[in-house]
Design a protein. Structure first.
Length: 330
C-alpha cells in the first residue's frame, strides 16, 4: 500500500468527522480487518494502550480517537501509529509488540537513549531503554574490553548478544563466541542425567534464549552449525586464541580469578570482549574471591577497557522485578 496516497474513501471519512473529531487526536484505519488486528482480541491491545497512557480510546467508523491530557494523547497516538505500521507491514501484531512499543514510547518521553542496534532484519531493531543501557552500548562500540555489572533484568546479556549479532552481520567480526561458567548452585552436575552436553546445557540456556529472540529458528541453527555462533562452557575456552570474534562471558561473577585470567587472555586481534555479571550473586564455593570483583581493581584505569554499572533503574523486565531486587537489598 502506498502510504503517500490517500483514497477518496479516507478523504470522505475525514470530512464527515470534522465536526466532532480533531484529526490530530485520532488515526484513520484502512478497513475492519486492520482494525481487528490493531485492537486485538476483545480489544485487549487497546486496553493496554489505555492503561499505559491513561487515555480514553473511542473507535467509530474506522476512526480511533484519543481523549485525555495533551501529553498522554500524543504519546498514545505515537504508540498506536507505530503498532499500525507493524500491522500494515506484517499483517500481525503480538502482545510482545504492544508491550515493546509502549515501553519505547514511555522511554522516549523521558529522553532519548541513543541509537538503535541494527540486526539487519526488518523485524529486529533493538534500542536501549535507559541511559545506563545507552552508555553500555557506546562503551562496546568504543572499547575492545567492556565489563558490565548490574542486577538481573538490566539487559546485560541481551544487549551484548544484540551488539554481537550486529557486529557479525555488518562484517566487523567473523564469529560470535558465548561462554558461561557452569557453577553448581545447589545441584551437582554429576547427578544430572545425560552426557556432558546435556549436563551443561541448562547453564547455557539464557544465551540460546537471547539469540532466539533476535533471529528465526532456521537462521540460529544455520549459524550454530557453521560455527558463526559458538556457545560453550567457560572450561572449553582454555588454549584458544580468538581472532576476528565478538566474545561474551556471561555470569562472570562465578569465575575464579584464574578462570578470568584464562578467559581474558583468549583475546585475539580484531576482537571485542564483553564480560557481564552481578557481583551480588556469587555462587563460588568456600567464599572464593570472584574473578569479576578482582577484575574491577586490576583493570579500572586501563585504557581501552570500560566498566559499566547498571542499576535498578535500568531494569527492563516486568515492572515488579525492580521491586523484587529492592526487597532483597533490605
Amino acid at each position: 500500500m502506498n502510504q503517500g496516497v490517500e483514497t477518496q474513501k479516507h478523504v470522505a471519512v475525514k470530512e464527515n468527522i470534522k465536526e466532532f473529531l480533531p484529526y490530530k487526536d485520532a488515526i484513520v484505519l484502512e478497513n475492519d480487518d486492520e482494525a481487528s488486528v490493531l485492537y486485538g482480541s476483545h480489544d485487549k491491545n487497546l486496553r493496554f494502550i489505555r492503561n499505559a497512557f491513561q487515555v480514553k480510546l473511542v473507535a467509530r467508523n474506522g476512526i480511533l480517537k484519543m481523549e485525555g491530557e495533551k501529553g498522554c494523547v500524543e504519546a498514545s497516538k505515537i504508540a498506536l501509529i507505530r503498532l499500525l505500521e507493524i500491522v500494515r507491514f506484517t499483517g500481525n501484531l503480538s502482545m510482545k509488540d504492544v508491550e515493546q512499543i509502549i515501553m519505547d514510547v514511555q522511554n522516549d518521553a523521558n529522553g532519548s537513549y541513543g541509537q538503535t542496534i541494527n540486526l539487519f532484519q526488518k523485524e529486529a531493531l533493538i534500542r536501549p531503554k535507559s541511559q545506563g543501557q545507552a552508555n553500555y552500548i557506546e562503551a562496546i562500540k568504543n572499547n575492545d574490553l567492556v565489563f558490565c555489572i548490574g542486577p538481573a533484568g538490566t539487559g546485560k546479556t541481551y544487549l551484548a548478544v544484540a551488539m554481537a549479532l550486529s557486529f557479525l552481520k555488518s562484517g566487523y567480526t567473523k564469529r560470535i563466541v558465548l561462554a558461561r561458567p557452569a557453577v553448581e548452585a545447589g545441584e551437582k552436575l554429576g547427578y544430572l542425567p545425560g552426557d556432558i552436553k546435556d549436563k551443561v546445557s541448562p547453564y547455557l540456556r539464557p544465551l540460546y534464549d537471547a539469540i532466539a529472540d533476535m533471529m528465526d529458528v532456521g537462521q540460529v541453527k544455520k549459524y550454530l552449525e557453521s560455527d558463526l555462533i559458538e556457545i560453550l562452557p567457560l572450561a572449553y575456552m582454555r588454549g584458544r586464541t580468538l581472532n576476528n570474534a565478538f566474545i561474551i562471558l556471561d555470569e562472570a561473577q562465578n569465575c575464579t580469578m584464574k578462570q578470568m585470567k584464562t578467559f581474558l587472555t583468549r583475546l585475539g586481534t580484531k576482537s571485542k570482549v564483553v564480560v557481564t555479571g552481578d557481583i551480588t550473586q556469587v555462587d563460588l564455593p568456600g567464599g572464593e574471591l570472584s574473578g569479576l570483583i578482582d577484575a574491577q581493581e586490576r583493570f579500572m584505569n586501563v585504557d581501552n577497557i570500560a566498566f559499566i554499572y547498571l542499576a535498578k533503574s535500568d531494569i527492563v523486565r516486568h515492572k515488579l522485578v525492580q521491586d523484587i531486587v529492592a526487597a532483597y537489598e533490605l
